[in-house]
Design a protein around this ligand. Structure first.
Ligand code: URA
Length: 203
């Protein structure tokens, strides 16, 4: 499928068009049925940095916004320590509907949403992509182990939705939910997060 964007279409309008396509193409109908709404993403469509989580949880499903629950609060604290706020970044998830009872997204669900995530990234075209947890990391660094690569940025060529290639700087981090109640992982995530700011300054 080749998607062509009309000249001059603003980034936010293009992101809205992608959300409409997910609904019109009835992506993951069972998830769509059990979820309250699509949680597409939030923040600045012109951001230099995009954060990608796993899937919406209960609060996100209710509010229609990503990372508004406990992990979102932790993320906001780390952003603030790095001198960033939500309006400086764009944030989304690989899977855009809440999986029932917060179960892990299934491989076929992640696969179904990947072309739409790739289109979001193409539109925003950030300098840095931060993956939060292994579910979003695996699209960019398929054979990596998060315990080994967290906090280390790498440049990766990625095949996007129309078969073309894009090169992005990928920074894999632990998922804030995993680090929330684990003291040592929490500190690791806080430390890794400082590298995000340095990465932005250097690129
Ligand atoms: N965890 C995620 O991965 N995404 C959210 O939006 C909220 C919690």
């Amino acid at each position: 499928m080749k998607v062509r964007y009309s000249e001059g279409m603003e980034k936010q309008a293009k992101l809205t068009a992608i959300a409409n396509d997910i609904i019109e193409q009835n992506i993951c109908p069972e998830l769509a049925e059990s979820a309250t709404q699509l949680v597409m993403g939030d923040g600045n469509a012109n951001a230099d940095i995009v954060f990608i989580g796993e899937a919406p949880g209960k609060n996100e499903d209710e509010q229609g916004l990503p990372f508004v629950g406990a992990s979102g609060k932790f993320l906001d604290e780390m952003l603030a320590q790095a001198g960033l706020q939500r309006s400086d970044i764009y944030i989304t998830n690989i899977v855009k509907y809440r999986p029932p009872n917060n179960r892990d997204p299934k491989p076929e669900e992640k696969q179904a949403f990947w072309p739409f995530l790739a289109r979001q990234l193409e539109v925003i075209d950030p300098k840095v992509i931060v993956t939060l947890g292994r579910h979003s990391m695996e699209f960019f660094l398929p054979s990596a182990k998060i315990g080994q690569v967290h906090g280390h940025a790498v440049r990766k060529k990625v095949i996007v939705h129309d078969g073309s290639e894009k090169e992005w700087l990928i920074m894999p981090l632990y998922h804030p939910a995993a680090a929330l109640y684990n003291g040592s992982m929490r500190q690791t995530l806080v430390d890794d997060f400082l590298g995000v700011k340095q990465l932005l300054a250097a690129n």
